[in-house]
Ligand binder design. Sequence first.
Ligand code: SAM
Length: 263
Amino acid sequence: MAKRQTIREGDTVLLYLNKRRSYLLNVAEGKSFHTHKGYVQLGDLIGRKFGTQLRSNLDVEFVALKPTLRDFIFKAQRKTQIMYSKDIALMVMFSGIGPGCRIVEAGTGAGALTTALAFYAKPRGRVYSYEIRPEFQAVARKNLEKAGVIKYVELKSSDISLGIDERNVDAVVLDLATPWQVVSQAYVALQGSGSIVSFSPTIDQVVKTAEALEDNGFVDVATFECIMRGMQVARGKTRPQTLMTGHTGYVTYARKALRTSAA
Ligand SMILES: C[S@@+](CC[C@H](N)C(=O)[O-])C[C@H]1O[C@@H](n2cnc3c(N)ncnc32)[C@H](O)[C@@H]1O
């Protein structure tokens, strides 16, 4: 995710046509991109500023936007269910992470949440991301490379419920089917007061996880559901959109209390 304003050869741009159609593309001299609205020459963007407009051969206007974290995540390749931005935002906030933090994550899946964690922990922080399915890990690696955050991530091919190698981490972040099986391992890996945040689609998973957290030395155990409703904005007829995503999952959060007390 470039800090510069001027587009260079090799940069990624989000070529925006309208709310429904935008494309994440690499800029290269001599490379054209074809759409149903004609084709554009991506090389024409070199030396121009992000936000610049570009016309297709059919005289349709596109805008070359600088991709954000959200663009990289939602335009990425996926083989697993990835998280929605509302849930990623909540997970990041509750994890308490920031630049320099060390984070353990499982499962990696398509690497959507991993991308967000690495984005907020960089440049000195690290995400240690566990995944049992090599084919998912391969997709995640590509997505993390495209988003420019792979150097802040260690992809690990193992079952997190069998053990976590890292110690004194700031946060453990989970998006897998059986998070309660990871709670005792997470306690060992976390530093005192570190956060655990877990995403689960069902209440049954939440109850097992919350009970495991309470039984394993965690405090401040809490669960939230975030419901997001889009608005249809038009003068004189602004109202909620008719259709919305009714359910994604629940976010369960807790903090590690040390077992030793101050005398
Ligand atoms: C819902 S997906 C995660 C999606 C991911 N959060 C994302 O945003 O792309 C769950 C992943 O957890 C992995 N998984 C399940 N159990 C695991 C375990 N015990 N250790 C490591 N990975 C596991 C699955 O293979 C799957 O890829």
